[in-house]
Ligand binder design. Structure first.
Ligand code: APR
Length: 239
């Protein structure tokens, strides 16, 4: 019906799945915007930028501890597992995610690039040492090496994205001939620009989202529905 199946995927050389908060919504991770969105409940200026961290680090870390507790109990859904299966069957599949929750990796996907970092890593605000910290709450809120505050190794408002990650993602998107955007409002740059990049390089672009977004008119196809339902349905039906 939508023109895609495991068979059709074989016609494409390089496939990108670009995911946002909506991909994790059905796993129980709140989105940022829209109904129940985090930025409706919390003012990001107080919790998700370097200035807030500089003035009230404990408050910012408590907020992120709450997020960790919430995400720690979340499990991948059928949509995540569909992407794992596609990766097994196709030679070039890349997942680029804005999500910091690690659910793609938890489901078993291996070629995942995290654009906005990970809630499961911390970075010392002083010596920049990065360490893994996977647990419901922070194992330590100060650096093991220099005893200064650690901050979540995620991209906050106003932060620069890593040049290395940006270069890598640019290359992946430029090369793709099939681009899926799943569960993102597409308003945050540079992420929002990847649709333009993919499209201008000739990729077929598909949006999966229950709601239209500002970018919807730019996609070749828009599939309305939840990621956990649409993804398994889309790749199980042979045309
Ligand atoms: N399946 C698919 N899409 C869904 C679902 C679902 N079950 N539920 C909601 N959505 C869609 C919403 O309609 C919305 O368009 O997911 C999108 C979520 O949008 P945002 O909350 O804006 O999340 P995202 O686009 O990932 O935000 C980008 O903003 O604050 C920053 O750093 C944060 O990475 C985040 C970035």
């Amino acid at each position: 019906m939508h023109g895609f199946s495991e068979n059709t995927l074989k016609e494409y050389k390089n496939i990108v799945f670009f995911t946002g908060a909506g991909m994790s919504a059905e796993s129980g991770v709140p989105t940022y915007r829209g109904m129940g969105g985090i930025w409706h409940q919390y003012n990001w200026e107080e919790y998700a930028c370097q200035q807030a961290f500089d003035s009230t680090p404990e408050k910012v870390l408590e907020f992120h501890d709450l997020r960790r507790q919430k995400i720690f109990g979340c499990k991948p859904h059928a949509g995540h597992y569909t992407l794992v299966e596609i990766e097994k069957q196709h030679s070039s599949v890349s997942i680029i995610t804005q999500n910091i929750d690690g659910l793609h990796q938890l489901s078993g996907s291996s070629n995942v690039t995290e654009l906005h970092g990970s809630i499961w890593r911390v970075c010392c605000d002083f010596c920049q040492d990065i360490s893994l910290d996977y647990g419901a709450i922070y194992a330590s809120k100060v650096c093991y090496k220099c005893n200064r505050w650690v901050r979540p190794d995620i991209v906050w408002f106003g932060d620069r994205l890593s040049t290395e990650v940006l270069r890598k993602v640019d290359n992946i998107v430029k090369k793709c001939d099939l681009f899926f955007s799943i569960g993102t409002s597409g308003v945050v740059y540079p992420a929002a620009g990847y649709l333009y990049l993919a499209r201008s390089n000739g990729a077929k672009c598909i949006e999966i989202n229950p709601e239209p977004t500002d970018s919807s008119p730019l996609f070749h196809h828009c599939i309305r529905g939840d990621a956990s339902v649409i993804l398994p349905g889309l790749f199980q039906s042979v045309d």
